[in-house]
Design a protein around this ligand. Sequence first.
Ligand code: PEP
Length: 252
Amino acid sequence: MRKNIVAGNWKMNKDTQSAKALVEELKNYLDANTTNCEVYIAPPALFTASAVEMAKGSKIEIYTQDVSEHQSGAYTGEISVDMIASVGANGAIIGHSERRQYHGETDSHCNRKVKAALDKGLTPIYCNGETLEQRKANQHLEVVKNQTETALFTLSAEEIKKVVIAYEPVWAIGTGETATPEQAQEIHAHIRGLIAAKYGKEVADEVSILYGGSVKPENAKEIFSQPDIDGGLIGGAALKVEDFSKIIEAFN
Ligand code: PEP
């Protein structure tokens, strides 16, 4: 079964006090309200362990914003799947466009990271999406096809069912510009169609595909109501419980 998911990517924001306060406030909100989606947050890696401790007993799942493709060793600054699992976190965002833009990540890296996460029993949230130039050149379907195939299509059917995909058009991330629900639906249906063609419809129907790119309380309901959109990966609006909770409520 596809899950409805609202996931927050905090990026490089908050310090130890304000991160704790945000988890606490979100936890209190979720304790007091009924929700119809899973709720994930990805604080900066330094706060992963304390977020896991604080989220215990709540429905919040904790993710990191990246993970190494390597198991251990001389990889300064990197975080391994073993480390993530050992603090009790649930998974990792992989291939965010900011990792691609500033750290040269490719879909081949993503492929190895996704596999490493799955092998450790962690959930990968694999991100893809086209740039503005690619959309203007009408290449968006082809770009997302190549990304999806390179990053995911070495997986088995059982493995790909455990992956969460986030379609995030680069031109809509942090820009205030959102894909229209129709533009997002077109790509989501395209991704699900690619998975169906490779693994069968039953498998494709189990994969949650999130939309990311300037999702806000005002547009969440319309975006999430599209047939192939199973929730959102939220950046800026995940930093305030007031906004994040309204996005969660789009599923009510
Ligand atoms: C993101 O970083 O994944 C994202 C979608 O950011 P924003 O919601 O701020 O556009």
